[in-house]
Design a protein around this ligand. Structure first.
Ligand code: NDP
Length: 338
């Protein structure tokens, strides 16, 4: 009999989540049926989209129900297999949630090769966030040599890959991040052409000075005050892949201040701007193979670098997730569970 320690949604947050929205519990798992495997979680991915799953509001995916386990991508070890495709000890990429163990169909996991890359990267630069950057930028952003790209959350797994891939394609990359340490990392370690702190009082002026030729691609990761500063700088035929709006995820109400929509639409019209939202899963069939090939090559030759923020212990996942929405993470946030 295998026991699983798991974190469930105890209540839906109003505004920012608190530890009281989560509950930790231990359950006994059923034995695996034919075609199933028992998994032990090694790493658990924490991602901004989980805030949406905690809410009952309409979205592109169903919410987590109260008392259900929080959803998440995981890297796990096979403890027991009742399927010929997997053996005890195999390491797999799964979607088994915030829990220490789970029984899943073998067809729902993908085997990883631990000799090819550190296994945690399957949740970051070589996984969903890296693919989000790759597909959204190349498919919608379409960077060209000499163009200027701006991306926020630039030290995180999506933004860091967006800027580095843009540079590989010959564009200038301007990163926006919160605080001096992240700004220095984006500029000095990741090699962005410039990096700006969105918390600086003169942020909008610094951004304008950093893009003397305007902005051709704004990879939208955050919305909020960053987007307000970017829109007046968009060039004719600029592209805006709308990937995430994390500045709004905890909002319980519409933002204060004047209605920005008329100015926003006016810029789109007068500059012939393309604004296109996307969810990365849309491009998986078409682009995932190319992504794995290209990204592995770029990591190997040093043209893409990445950083992980590893938190120890499943019980610390709620606090780490709350911190992610406030920018307390520095790099791809993962929890080491086992
Ligand atoms: P990160 O690890 O970069 O973490 C989120 C970061 O957002 C924080 O560290 C913080 O960085 C920044 N942030 C938070 N609030 C604000 C704010 N008000 N203004 C500016 N920055 C803020 O996250 P990911 O790389 O995993 O995700 C980046 C974005 O991509 C998110 O919006 C996410 O929802 C989206 N996404 C979309 C997908 C899709 O398919 N469309 C798939 C995956 C991710 P800092 O301290 O630098 O401000």
């Amino acid at each position: 009999m295998v026991e699983s320690t798991r974190i469930v949604l105890a209540s839906r947050p109003v505004g920012a989540p608190t530890p009281a929205n989560f509950r930790i519990e231990t359950v006994e798992l059923p034995p695996p049926a034919e075609g199933e495997v028992v998994l032990r979680t090694l790493y658990l991915s924490l991602d901004p989209y989980m805030r949406g799953r905690m809410s009952a509001a309409e979205s592109y995916a169903s919410p987590v129900e109260i008392d259900e386990v929080m959803v998440a991508g995981t890297v796990a070890e096979v403890l027991e297999s009742r399927d010929p495709s997997l053996a005890e000890g195999d390491v797999v990429l799964a979607y088994s949630g915030w829990q220490s163990h789970q029984v899943v169909p073998a067809g729902a996991v993908r085997k990883l090769d631990p000799d090819k890359a550190p296994i945690s990267t399957a949740l970051g630069v070589l996984g969903m966030p890296g693919f989000t950057a790759y597909s959204g930028l190349l498919k919608i952003g379409q960077p060209k040599a000499g163009e200027t790209l701006v991306v926020a959350a630039a030290s995180g797994p999506v933004g860091s890959a967006v800027g580095q891939i843009a540079r590989i394609k010959g564009a200038r990359a301007i990163g926006i991040a919160g605080g001096p340490d992240k700004v220095a990392y984006v500029r000095d370690d990741l090699g962005f052409d410039a990096a700006i702190d969105h918390r600086a009082p003169d942020f909008a002026d610094q951004l304008r000075a950093a893009v003397p030729d305007g902005i051709d691609i704004y990879f939208e990761n955050v919305g909020g005050a960053v987007a307000d500063a970017v829109y007046p700088l968009l060039n004719t035929y600029a592209r805006v892949p709308v990937c995430g709006l994390i500045a709004n995820y905890n909002a319980a109400d519409v933002p204060e201040g004047p209605d920005r929509l008329p100015a926003f639409y006016s810029r789109i019209l007068t500059k012939s701007v393309t604004v296109r939202g996307f969810i990365q899963s849309e491009f998986v069939k078409e682009m995932y193979k190319d992504f794995l090939r290209d990204m592995s090559g770029w990591i190997a030759d040093g043209s893409v670098r990445y950083r992980e923020d590893i938190v120890e212990g499943l019980e610390n996942a709620p606090e780490a997730f709350i911190g992610l929405l406030e920018g307390r993470n520095f790099g791809k946030l993962v929890v080491r569970v086992g």
